[in-house]
Design a protein around this ligand. Structure first.
Ligand SMILES: [Mg+2]
Length: 428
């Protein structure tokens, strides 16, 4: 379970508060928006509740919010100032706030919303800083912690590689110095790229060498970015944020290409990719697995009788029942149409039979309701269990068993027996 993050919006304009509440309500991670229209209320909230981020206008009806910003910073609450006061940026930036944004137009609100979402994401984002200078590491850490990032560090490449491998938290970005004894930042980048791809881990090289040949070779060898020294905190922040946003985009694109649009289950393509890894592991351990092919009975009749909207609803509900009654280690995908496939890892033949028989019963008990329409439907399941080299052969046997299940009256599970090559019905 992810922690619900409370975000405090402090502004005496109800429109602004409403805008950010809407932004937060669209967040995919669990967030609770809280708002205060006065300085007094805001102070009371931060003294009595655990707040994860504050977004604050300095100019409030009852006070200037400097005391609030100070208290928030002391309490280590990441604070974003979004204000109509133009000339206080420098004095507030010294207070270790995330960012000082001047309210100019709609774009400044949108920018503030992006910063807010980034700070929330950064609770779960880790940066690895590699630099042989202790002072430099401290400088990076201070600037990165302002963005609410988790920071781990190392003063040499060897240890950095070990940290990447062993860290319990996933590292999203490596910021490395170029000039280091033994292995420099360029060589470290090459070593990292042997294992970690650009769409999974970002690398930023930092150097005072303003030489285009060096910059080009660093970028060619897999660095995502090259930051020139001397840099200021704001420059580092914006470059790190841009790199993290790119990683998010890579991640989202991958998610979309792996998912079925209607049900959000994995698609056939992802199933074969993921099952290849599982079968590779099985070969080493000599374990058996189960594959189940599932098909909704008389699905065409549902579509023809009630229309495609109800058909889609039936598909979504079937997908949800399957998803919620499987273990996290099971691989579930929609193969197309009304057909689903499951790979059950780490279970005996008996357990596999019980799991899929439970799915059959759960779908049989379900009632799909939409307006005045209520429908019930069933599924047929073909199951194959055993030690195989790949998913394809198992799917073929499971498909044969599914065919028998359909032929023998539907709403049943049929197991393909790999020893006798016979099929047996296991539903009551
Ligand atoms: Mg150095």
């Amino acid at each position: 379970m992810k922690t619900v993050r409370k975000v405090l919006i402090v502004d005496d304009s109800e429109d602004i508060v409403e805008y950010f509440v809407q932004v937060l309500n669209r967040c995919t991670s669990p967030v609770e928006p809280i708002f205060a229209l006065t300085h007094k209320d805001a102070i009371e909230i931060i003294n009595n509740q655990t707040i994860s981020v504050i977004l604050v206008e300095l100019l409030l009806h009852d006070a200037c919010a400097k005391r609030l910003v100070n208290s928030a910073v002391v309490k280590n609450i990441p604070t974003i100032v979004l204000t109509s006061i133009q000339d206080k940026k420098e004095s507030f930036q010294k207070l270790n706030i995330v960012e000082y944004i001047v309210k100019e137009n709609r774009s400044s609100l949108e920018y503030a919303a992006d910063v807010l979402k980034r700070v929330l994401k950064n609770y779960d984002t880790t940066v690895l800083v590699v630099d042989d200078s202790k002072i430099a590491i401290e400088k990076y850490s201070k600037a990165l912690k302002k963005l609410n990032l988790n920071v781990v560090s190392s003063n040499n490449a060897k240890e950095a590689l070990e940290l990447l491998q062993d860290s319990t938290t996933k590292i999203s970005i490596v910021i490395t110095d170029y000039n280091m004894p033994n292995v420099n930042g360029y060589e470290l980048t090459i070593k990292i790229r042997e294992k970690y791809k650009k769409d999974n881990l970002s690398i930023m090289i930092v150097s005072s060498m303003d030489c285009s040949d060096t910059i080009v070779s660093c970028l060619k060898m897999g660095a995502n970015d090259y930051l020139l020294k001397p840099y200021n905190d704001e420059m580092l922040a914006v470059r790190v944020t841009n790199n993290l946003e790119l990683l998010d985009l890579f991640h989202q694109t991958k998610e979309i290409s792996h998912r079925d649009f209607l049900t959000s289950l994995f698609n056939r393509r992802y199933f074969f990719e993921a099952s290849t890894d599982i079968f590779n592991n099985i070969q080493k351990s000599d374990k058996a697995v189960a594959i189940a092919m599932i098909d909704i009975d008389h699905f065409k009749t549902i579509n023809d009788t009630y229309g495609h909207d109800i058909g889609d609803l039936a598909l979504k509900e079937a997908a949800n029942i399957l998803k919620h009654n499987l273990r996290t280690s099971d691989l579930l995908a929609r193969f197309g149409g009304e057909e689903f496939c499951i790979l059950l890892d780490r279970s005996s033949q008996e357990q596999s039979k019980e799991i899929v028989e439970n799915l059959r019963q759960k779908v049989e008990e379900n009632v799909v309701k939409s307006g005045d329409i209520t429908i019930k439907y069933t599924i047929s399941i073909g199951l194959c269990y055993g030690k195989y080299k790949n998913a394809e052969e198992m799917i073929k046997h499971a498909d044969d068993a599914l065919y028998i299940a359909k032929h023998n009256g539907r709403n049943r599970v049929v197991l393909f027996d790999d020893i006798t090559n016979a099929h047996c019905s296991i539903s009551k």
